[in-house]
Design a protein around this ligand. Structure first.
Ligand code: F6P
Length: 363
């Protein structure tokens, strides 16, 4: 049995629907059953380094299960081990982990629950090695963490992207156009695959299956010759041609992952129009996929994750991350969770099912 009098919570990295449901499912029982004080750290690890926090009240955590974003704020620029600092010479990236440790100790935390993606879990692992009591909760729309079957946020993102494809279908068919839709996902094609399959996209391009330009043109032209007067192409932001590279929108060394992807949708649209002569339009869904209310699936998963995280804190299973295996929420050592990213196996059932219904992956 652990002393759980002061529990910290932070949300790190890009936001996703379901974060507030996790915060609620940790804080409510912590306050009600343990009489604990719950410290909300602001803007992720940035707030831990800079000493920004506030004590959460029951009012803060009421009525938020259905609210997107995070009541705590988040940041993808505050890695304490690579902390960006403005100096007269420009931005310098320095190790500020001791600032974070000092605040953790000054706030007398018994445990800190960090809700985040891959970058956050790497930081959790380092602090665990330094003796701090961290618990990890995986989140990301990208669904790219190998130690859990699903992350919350993914279902909400796929729901938005599927609805977008449904809407693009009607206008594509009315104007006999090729519609390219670029979705997020970083280096994994889960969102493109999920939404492309659910939305009946004619081609899905994902990072795990580099595509051939010619095969893509042929697929679109073949559809057109067979009388289908429109095509929908769902492109993951990390997709790349077999002879080419990913398209990077920007590099920013302040970010935990300095690379910001984006632009492949534009390139695919332009090249299709040029090579086939078919009228083409491009839609980039961007942050619409991260905004708004979580789906019921994500609210439920997030609530199960939060309550398991509190159980781990109670058991003193620090350095562990909650994880979904089948239908059970279990825990895994964070060290194992960060070993590799979970990408789409090119021969997975989902890919084969999509191919079976005539979807091209450009391979
Ligand atoms: O990891 C979540 C994610 O939305 C990725 O899919 C995307 O590449 C990235 O974050 C975008 O980051 P930002 O919010 O900095 O634009």
């Amino acid at each position: 049995m652990n002393n759980l009098k002061r529990i910290g919570i932070l949300t790190g990295g890009g936001d996703c629907p379901g974060l507030n449901a996790v915060i609620r499912s940790i804080a409510k029982p912590a306050m009600t059953y343990f009489g604990a004080t719950v410290i909300g750290i602001q803007d992720g690890f940035e707030g831990l380094v800079e000493g920004r926090m506030r004590e959460l009240t029951p009012k803060d955590i009421g009525g938020i299960v259905n609210v997107g974003g995070t009541i705590l704020g988040t940041s993808n620029k505050g890695d304490p081990f690579h902390f960006p600092v403005e100096t007269p010479q420009g931005v310098e990236v320095l190790d500020y982990s001791q600032h974070a440790i000092r605040n953790y100790k000054d706030w007398e935390l018994n445990c800190l629950v960090a809700i985040g993606g891959d970058g956050t879990m790497h930081i959790v692992d380092k602090f665990t090695d330094m003796g701090l009591h961290f618990i990890g909760v995986p989140k990301t729309i990208d669904n790219d963490l190998s130690a859990t079957d699903v992350t919350f946020g993914y279902d909400s993102a796929v729901t938005v992207a599927t609805e977008a494809i449904d809407r693009l279908h009607t206008t594509a068919s009315a104007h006999h156009r090729v519609m390219v839709v670029e979705v997020m996902g970083r280096y994994a094609g889960w969102i493109a695959l999920g939404a492309g399959l659910a939305g009946g996209a004619d081609a899905i391009l994902i990072p795990e299956i580099p595509f051939s330009w010619n095969k893509l043109y042929e697929h679109v032209l073949k559809r057109s010759k067979q009388g289908s007067r429109f095509s929908i192409i769902c492109v993951a932001e990390g997709a790349k041609p077999a002879e080419g590279d990913i398209v990077v929108r920007e590099q920013d060394k302040k970010r935990t992952d300095p690379i910001r992807l984006g632009g492949i949708g534009e390139l695919v649209g332009e090249k299709i129009m040029e090579a086939t002569g078919l009228e083409t339009r491009i839609t980039v869904l961007g942050h619409l996929q991260r905004g708004g209310s979580p789906t019921p699936y994500d609210r439920i998963l997030a609530t199960k994750f939060g309550s398991k995280a509190l159980e781990l804190a109670w058991q003193g299973k620090y350095g562990h991350m909650v994880s979904l295996r089948g239908t059970e929420v279990i825990s895994v050592p964070v060290k194992e969770a960060i070993l590799k990213l979970r990408t789409v196996p090119p021969n997975s059932q989902l890919v084969l099912a999509a191919k079976a219904v005539g979807t091209s992956f450009g391979d």
